[in-house]
Design a protein around this ligand. Structure first.
Ligand SMILES: [Cu+2]
Length: 295
């Protein structure tokens, strides 16, 4: 057994699903490459994580869920094969009349419960991390509308707001992905805790940026909160993730993560550019909410 290290076993379990998928669909290895900020064609794994929360979500998937799924699938598969070959009419002409087995019934109740508990513990820990917001460096409010997003930067960031709509798809340049590029992206500084306040003006939408491991529903009349701390500069995309009407597919999310200097530069420009929007400077909810942790 020593010659078969645990690490290798874990690695096997982790990749079993992907390998099975590849064998099944004849997908080349290159197709597994995860996109940064957006999905690559043929991609089968999650998008490259750029926040601690996203990394934790990936670890949870790779090291808790995938091994459990793999073991259960293999076990049930073998059990089925065993039943098919051992207990068919030909090889087992006189079937057993057994209808109940207390030990077995207890086992198939208790074992799944224990598996769920094993999944629940790290899951709750991760959920808590996602919704308990660390001391925020800046707050941005986003409102989902049919069918675009409005971003509001509060007074401490200049106090302006703007709409972000899908840009003209016939005028895209090579580096602008189709159905993801918007006219006004929102911009945040790198390595800063950004608190997102999320709501909707008409129907329920959902705000998601996969690479940040962040998703939160935008519900009319309700102010939801979540956060992210992007560790790498770049452009990241998301989509409205709750069916919200006919143009649900055409209200992407586009965020640019930049250095502090570039952020200050953008703020100054945005303040002027969006001043003529006629928007009143925004007041966001008080930061001392129950979910706020001062550290
Ligand atoms: Cu929507």
């Amino acid at each position: 057994m020593k010659s078969f290290p645990l690490k290798m076993l874990a690695g096997l379990a982790k990749n079993a699903g992907f390998l099975a998928g590849a064998a099944l669909f004849g997908v080349a290895n290159a197709a597994f490459a995860a996109g940064t900020g957006l999905a690559e064609p043929g991609q089968m794994v999650m998008q490259e994580p750029v926040t601690e929360v996203a990394r934790d979500i990936h670890s949870f998937h790779d090291w808790v869920l995938m091994p459990i799924i793999t073991v259960i699938t293999v076990f049930v598969g073998l059990l089925l094969l065993y039943v098919i070959f051992k207990f068919n009419a030909k090889s087992n002409p006189v079937p057993s009349k057994t209808t109940h087995h207390t030990g077995l019934e207890v086992a198939w109740t208790v074992i799944p419960v224990m598996i769920l508990v094993v999944i629940a513990l790290p899951s709750f820990k991760l959920l808590t991390k996602e919704i308990v917001i660390p001391k925020a460096d800046l707050t941005i409010k986003v409102t989902g509308k049919q069918w675009y997003w409005s971003y509001e930067y509060p007074k401490d960031q200049g106090g302006f707001s703007f709409d972000s709509l899908l840009s003209d798809q016939t005028k895209l340049t090579a580096d602008q992905p189709r159905l993801l590029t918007v006219d006004n992206e929102f911009v945040v500084p790198v390595n800063k805790v950004v608190r997102m306040q999320i709501t909707a003006a008409d129907v329920i939408h959902s705000f998601i940026i996969q690479s940040f491991g962040m998703r939160m529903d935008a519900v009319p009349g309700r102010l939801n909160e979540t956060w992210f701390k992007a560790e790498r500069e770049g452009v990241y995309y998301g989509q409205c993730s709750k069916l919200c009407g006919k143009d649900h597919a055409y209200m992407p999310i586009m965020v640019r993560v930049v250095s502090d200097e570039k952020y200050a530069e953008w703020l100054a420009g945005a303040k002027k550019k969006f001043a003529s929007n006629g928007n009143v400077p925004v007041n966001v909810a008080d930061i001392t909410l129950s979910t706020q942790v001062q550290n």
